[in-house]
Design a protein around this ligand. Structure first.
Ligand code: FAD
Length: 405
């Protein structure tokens, strides 16, 4: 391929596709289009250190515009792709300009899911996806004393922990009967519930926010089904995401929520790849998998770059993810859904343990709380199709390295 390759979305996946194309010795034009005014940046600190004020905006940068220019990557910030014509091989921008491409990659990410209740559009109600959102939340935190967080998933809980760090009164409202229910097992949910409560956060489970009440043009608090009212000067909503796949769908690509890709990040159209949060990956067993994680964005981006060069680079590595809440690092490895046995290694009381998941005696993955060595060992073992027995996993004296040698 020699003609221009256009990458839609200049986030974690978009910039990695551009970088990987250069690593794959692609010498043609690369045009990286992003609708934000910033260069590509890391999102994980937005709810953690950047919100806490311990990381600066400059430190979020994945690549500066100068770094991109050095690699001859043409970066167009504040530029929105409005439509794609796959037959004519053009991308139309919101300002009416049309750009021709030979290869195309979607890396359009996702957006925060809005809460469909009255009052969700009040000033003092926030979602968190980008730098501007964190800046707005940080500004509101300067005067707010009572913070309500709607959604007890990773982002909601990270925000709750950061707000507690500022000494705010924090209430987390979650519809499920446990925290982070989509991603972790009940044992991990319970440990984090107790930990947040120990830190002074009020966590209300099985509670549905039905409205946000207004006062003097701002926020008075959150109304729950059942009648309870939670006073709050600001509300942060973290109830999941919607994939930015509309552009791809309108262009005729196969989509199932996200843009459907195979293990090599190829879409339903030849010469068009997709990577990161905007995708859903088809697994060999027919299931589809949508992962919103840095690792997924990076790995799929490398596959997408190879695919655009006509090469196959399947993403087969074991999935992993992390979340920081207070001083606690939670790290997840593997796909644990469908487990029939959980084994605990380490001490829940001391806040240093891992839950290992098994099905028919085979390890599927682990969730580690302040146990990075268990996490790394799980990843390495899964990547090599290895695993401990449940008894070995439960025995803290058993060294996983003996299996890895
Ligand atoms: C607050 C927060 C905390 C997180 N914490 C963690 C964590 O601890 N660990 C972890 O592994 N992951 C974490 N993640 C997830 C991780 O950041 C994402 O999985 C990753 O950023 C995905 O990269 P991406 O390139 O697919 O999407 P993005 O980084 O979202 O980039 C997509 C870009 O495309 C742009 N775009 C969309 N449509 C268009 C268009 N039509 N034209 C031009 N540009 C467009 C978007 O505005 C955006 O800039 C977190 C995410 C958030 C928001």
């Amino acid at each position: 391929m020699q003609g221009p390759i256009i990458i839609l979305g200049a986030g974690q996946a978009g910039v990695q596709i551009a970088d990987s194309l250069r690593q794959e010795n692609y010498t043609g034009r690369i045009i990286l289009i992003g609708d934000e005014p910033y260069g590509p940046y890391q999102r994980p600190p937005l709810s953690k250190d950047f919100l806490a004020g311990t990381v600066t905006q400059d430190q979020l940068a994945l690549r500066t515009p100068e770094m991109l220019a050095k690699k001859n990557i043409e970066f167009l910030p504040s530029t929105r792709a409005a439509s794609v014509d796959l037959a004519a091989r053009t991308v139309s921008l919101a300002d009416g300009q049309a750009l021709a491409f030979e290869g195309l990659a979607f890396a359009t990410g996702c957006r925060a899911r809005p809460l469909p209740v009255p009052g969700a559009d009040l000033p003092g109600v926030f979602t968190l996806r980008g730098i501007d959102d964190t800046l707005r939340i940080a500004a509101a935190l300067k005067t707010a004393q009572n913070v309500a967080v709607i959604g007890g998933g990773f982002i909601g809980l990270e925000i709750a922990a950061t707000c507690r760090g500022f000494g705010k009164n924090v209430t987390v409202v979650e519809t499920a009967d446990r925290l982070m229910a989509r991603a972790v097992s009940p044992v991990i949910s319970q440990w984090f519930l107790e930990h947040h409560r120990k830190q002074g956060v009020r966590v209300v489970l099985e509670a549905k926010a039905v409205g946000i009440r207004e006062q003097d043009g701002g926020t008075a608090g959150v109304e729950l089904a059942g009648g309870e009212f939670i006073p709050a000067d600001m509300v942060v909503i973290g109830i999941g995401i919607i994939q930015n796949s509309e552009l791809a769908k309108e262009a005729g690509l196969g989509c199932k929520g996200g843009i459907v890709v195979d293990a090599c990040a190829r879409t339903s159209h030849p010469g068009v790849a997709a990577a990161g949060d905007c995708t859903v990956r088809l697994l060999p067993d027919g299931r589809s998998l949508a992962l919103e994680s840095v690792q997924n964005a990076m790995e799929q981006a490398k596959s997408a770059a190879a695919a655009l060069m006509g090469r196959e680079r399947p993403f087969t590595a074991c999935p992993w993810f992390w979340s920081d809440q207070y001083e606690v690092k939670l790290q997840m490895a593997g796909l644990s859904a469908g487990y029939d046995r959980i084994v605990i290694r380490g001490s829940q009381e001391d806040g240093a343990f891992s839950a290992f998941y098994f099905r028919d005696g085979t390890m599927l993955g682990s969730d580690s709380v302040n146990q990075p060595k268990d996490h790394m060992a799980t990843r390495r073992m899964l990547d090599k199709n290895l695993g401990p027995t449940p008894e070995q996993a439960a025995d803290s004296a058993f060294n996983f390295q003996t299996l890895l040698k």
